[in-house]
Write a protein that binds this ligand. Structure first.
Ligand code: ADP
Length: 582
């Protein structure tokens, strides 16, 4: 904690190099040139100096006693005088010149950083001494902040190789700018994704005349996104990840990663987690798990469309259709088919389980198998599109709200009355009233579709970005109805969120990228579940719903206590003068 406080007080310095090698290395000292180990040389010259001083003083006394002139010197006295000067110069060099050098030479900026670090350690020591220890028997200093790992991380950051463009690259940049080399072909042409991104980026800057200097290029594995996550990359956007938690759900604690640039959001969710934890935790139940895809097919008349509908919805045909559907994947298993007719057009909504994948690719492959199979019995069927929007993917649609898509989850908690008062700073009564008038009545007045909540999409979007989900699916994944009710004779609050279409996966897409996979790992749901395929993605869905529960509790409390504007002024409005930011 202390380490964080201290390092956060000097953010700019923390980005500078933090070399510990200081004055000696940069400016050089007289003592650096010694041929022997320092302690041996010191011992030798100290002994020599004091021996010759003793010898010369005794000779001087002898000469005074015998009235011998001082300038009459013997050979041994000459040697002693020379030794005296030699050892004097050495000792002056060692103790004197270094001292003078340190006064005369200005240390390099790196040295200041090193010295300031030391100051921080001293400050930490001083702060540690300020820790009140009257009540405790052990008044020893608490451990110092772990400065070493911070330096190590900083060094790795500073020493990151910076991409340098060569003359050969320059030729390719020119040909991209001239239009002779297509920008999209660079990865294939060069066989080096990082170099391709660097060249594309430079060509883009020249073509647009706009600088991309704030968008980092280095420090990202461009191979990992090739053919899977992003085409024609020129860099990457950095989004901070905050942690809310521990979130106690189904008896387990989770630290929930949230990638966001909205001040307040993580702090607020964290407060909701605290209220849930203090009240014994949340319970999150998965009700349904099935991804959907609905192609649109057209016939010459409505009768033929109706024939196909009856065929597809006949339970006797389900087994045949599922064998055909399931051929495409070990994990995709057909669960059901639901059809909607619009005249001659038929919309066929296939639902299937998808293991730990979010499942869009999987379900699409299965659907394609079935469409190919149906052509034999329905040769007059014209496939208009593999997706006919009755799925419905990435659009607000009642079909998802009513039927569900992906994972359908209900999550609840009973928040104790004193937790509502002390942590959420409001009352059960006003929360229940606000929920009824805002999330239920207000949303009904607005004609909401699945939007019977305060800000489910805030939490969903932040977790989706952190864990590599498809952020566009936030649209239907945020469908949520928040319910609040006074229980236990009005003392406590029962709160629940019901979310019918949470679309998440722990394999495929962005989940395999390093940062996103680290966040999944933090939640203990990284990759495919070895024991039960699908268990990881289902757990992730229950965590998303519980985090939404925490977010709902906290925001609703802030609104009911009239805190919303105040807390946003605190967390969203930095006191920094942004006009001076570089
Ligand atoms: P999506 O269907 O969500 O678009 P992908 O098709 O990109 O996902 O990724 C799913 C891939 O991961 C499939 O090839 C599938 O065979 C493989 N896979 C491996 N283990 C699992 C698992 N436990 N659940 C689902 N898919 C898995």
């Amino acid at each position: 904690m202390e380490a964080h406080r201290l390092s956060s007080t000097k953010p700019v310095q923390a980005l500078k190099p933090t070399k510990k090698i200081s004055l000696e290395e940069d400016t050089g000292k007289a003592s650096d040139a010694l041929p022997l180990p320092l302690y041996l040389t010191n011992a030798l010259f100290f002994t020599l100096f004091f021996s010759v001083v003793y010898f010369l003083l005794s000779r001087w006394r002898e000469k005074i006693r015998t009235s011998t002139p001082l300038h009459v010197v013997t050979f041994s006295e000459i040697i002693a005088i020379l030794s005296f000067f030699a050892s004097f110069i050495y000792l002056l060099g060692f103790f004197g010149i270094d001292f003078v050098q340190s006064l005369v030479f200005q240390p390099s900026p790196d040295v200041w950083i090193a010295e300031e670090e030391d100051d921080e350690v001293l400050l930490a020591k001083e702060d540690a001494r300020k820790v009140p220890c009257g009540q405790a028997l052990d008044c020893s200093l608490p451990p110092l902040p772990p400065a070493a790992p911070i330096v190590t991380v900083q060094k790795v950051f500073d020493e990151k190789p910076v991409t340098v463009l060569t003359e050969e690259d320059e030729e390719i940049i020119k040909s991209v700018v001239a239009g002779t080399t297509p920008s999209y072909s660079l990865e294939l042409k060069l066989g080096d994704c990082k170099r391709a991104a660097a060249i594309r980026r430079e060509a883009l800057q020249r073509l647009t005349g706009k600088s991309l200097s704030g968008l980092p290029l280095d420090g990202f594995d461009y191979e990992s996104i090739l053919g899977q996550c992003c085409e024609m990359p020129v860099g990457y956007v950095q989004i901070p990840v905050g942690i809310a938690g521990p979130l106690l759900v189904n008896g387990r604690e989770y630290s929930v990663p949230m990638a966001t640039t909205e001040g307040c959001l993580v702090a607020s969710t964290n407060r909701g987690c605290k209220a849930i934890h203090l009240s014994g935790g949340a319970t999150s139940v998965l009700l349904k798990d099935g991804m959907t895809r609905a192609p649109c097919v057209r016939f010459g008349n409505a009768k033929r469309a109706a024939d196909l509908k009856l065929y597809l919805e006949d339970p006797d045909n389900f087994e045949t259709l599922s064998v055909v559907f399931n051929r495409s994947s070990r994990f995709g298993r057909l669960q059901g088919i639901k059809c909607a007719i619009a005249g001659k057009n038929l919309y066929i909504r296939f639902t299937c389980s998808t293991g730990d994948a979010m499942g869009m690719n999987m379900v699409s492959k299965g659907v394609q198998n079935v469409l190919d199979f149906l052509q034999t019995d329905f040769p007059d069927m014209d496939v208009i599109g593999i997706s006919g929007n009755y799925c419905s993917d990435k659009k607000p649609a009642a079909v998802n709200w009513i039927e569900g898509r992906g994972k359908s989850v209900v999550c609840e908690a009973t928040i104790k009355g004193d937790v509502v008062r002390k942590v959420l700073k409001t009352s059960v009564e006003s929360l229940v009233e606000l929920n009824m008038l805002k999330n239920l009545t207000g949303s009904a007045m607005a004609g909401a579709l699945g939007g019977f909540n305060a800000h489910a999409s805030n939490i969903v979007a932040a977790i989706y970005i952190a864990t590599g989900q498809d952020p566009a699916q936030n649209v239907e994944s945020s469908h949520c109805i928040t319910m609040m009710e006074a229980v236990n004779d009005g003392k406590d609050l029962h709160v629940s969120v019901t979310m019918p279409s949470i679309e998440v996966g722990t394999v495929g897409g962005g989940t395999q990228l390093a940062s996103q996979s680290a966040c999944l790992n933090l939640l203990g749901v990284k990759g495919a579940s070895k024991e039960t395929p699908g268990a990881n993605s289902r757990t992730l869905a229950t965590i998303v719903a519980s985090a939404v529960l925490a977010g709902e509790l906290s925001l609703m409390s802030a609104i009911s206590a009239g805190q919303l504007v105040r807390s946003h002024m605190k967390y969203n409005r930095s006191s920094k003068d942004v006009s001076k930011a570089t």
